[in-house]
Ligand binder design. Structure first.
Ligand code: PBG
Length: 331
């Protein structure tokens, strides 16, 4: 064997814990986490989402508590997603423009705490429309330019309530440029835009749609605006446009099935680049863990490490509080 190997033994560096730590290339830290939080009308409410074990819809007061928890755990940012009362959903998603809607209420309440936590809000109409689409519709068509106008007003509504990072997740053309222009024109020059640059029409969003109530409302699918799972060069063009339009950070979504896209975008643009470990990915790990088929905690950390290795600067993940606690204990 020595003759064949000529002294080259890869296992040497792996033989002890201290040595494995010494040669480790990638680190996962709490600074890499963005925690998505679901909000719902009411007070004192923590409503479990059955398809996302451990995840709850929170009333504004409870969301404030979790924002405080995020700060104490060292999680740099949270992202808000509303479950809008079905009675408030209409074809144009007008509730998105209500200065006192759930997201705005939550932003104001969290901002009042003066936390060292970034507040990200989602720009898209789907939690507000009666048809569950991210845009305005004319018959079966999702209107691009009319939607972009509405998204600019939605984004302004959110930053007026205190949002720090705008996350357009709608995949309309030109929305990053339009939102950036709207921000600049209204003296919100420091608002960051994290564009969902490459967002795919994916089956992995199912549990999220339970959480925000859009499985019940969505008519048809989102293939005319979200990307085809088969495409990779198209992701480059999407990201290139969003960066040219003024995005500060770009995102790939879903996460684990699209690590190749993450790698290509980071490698090509060298931008702050994020992965969204979406609800279906979270649910799979939770479900297999609950069945004893995989070690949940190890799978959780391994999945997040994979994003880092593939070039992510951070990860939006429902595991954020658990992994932050785990990392704190490990220190
Ligand atoms: C909608 C939106 C979706 C997610 C974030 N924003 C779902 C969709 O496009 O239908 C999915 C997140 C997840 O699955 O965790 N604008």
């Amino acid at each position: 064997m020595d003759e064949i190997l000529g002294g080259r033994r890869m296992r040497r560096n792996r033989r002890a814990d201290w040595s494995r730590r010494l040669v480790r290339e990638t680190v996962l830290t709490t600074n890499d986490l963005i925690w998505p939080i679901f909000v719902v009308e009411g007070a004192g409410i923590r409503q479990p989402v059955p398809s996302m074990p451990g995840v709850e819809r929170l009333s504004v007061d409870e969301a404030v508590k979790d924002a405080v928890k995020a700060e104490s755990l060292g999680i740099p940012a949270i992202a808000l997603f509303p479950y809008t009362d079905p009675a408030l959903r209409d074809p144009t998603g007008s509730e998105a423009l209500n200065p006192d809607n759930l997201v705005c209420q939550t932003c104001r309440a969290i901002k009042q705490e003066g936390l060292n936590v970034g507040l990200m809000t989602d720009v898209a109409l789907d939690p507000y429309t009666s048809h569950g689409h991210d845009g305005l519709m004319d018959g079966e068509t999702i209107l691009n330019d009319e939607t972009v106008d509405q998204l600019c007003r939605q984004a302004l509504n959110q930053v007026e309530a205190g949002a720090d990072i705008i996350g357009p997740s709608d995949m309309m053309d030109g929305r990053v440029a339009a939102i950036r222009q709207a921000m600049d024109a209204n003296n919100f020059r420091d608002v960051q835009i994290m564009s969902y640059a490459a967002k795919y029409a994916s089956a992995f969003y199912g549990p999220f749609r339970d959480a925000v109530g859009t499985n019940a409302t969505l008519i048809g699918d989102k293939r005319t605006y979200q990307m085809d799972a088969a495409n990779t060069d198209e992701a480059i063009r999407e990201a290139e446009l969003d960066i040219a339009e003024g995005a500060d950070m770009i995102m790939v979504k879903p996460g684990m099935p699209y690590l190749d896209i993450l790698w290509r975008l980071k490698d090509t643009f060298r931008m702050p680049t994020y992965a969204y470990q979406v609800s279906g990915e979270f649910a799979m790990i939770e479900a297999a863990g609950a069945n004893g088929w995989i070690d949940r905690d190890r799978a959780m950390v391994e999945s997040l490490m994979a994003f880092k290795r593939a070039g992510a600067d951070g990860i939006l993940t429902y595991f954020a509080p658990q992994v932050a606690s785990l990392l704190a204990r490990a220190l």
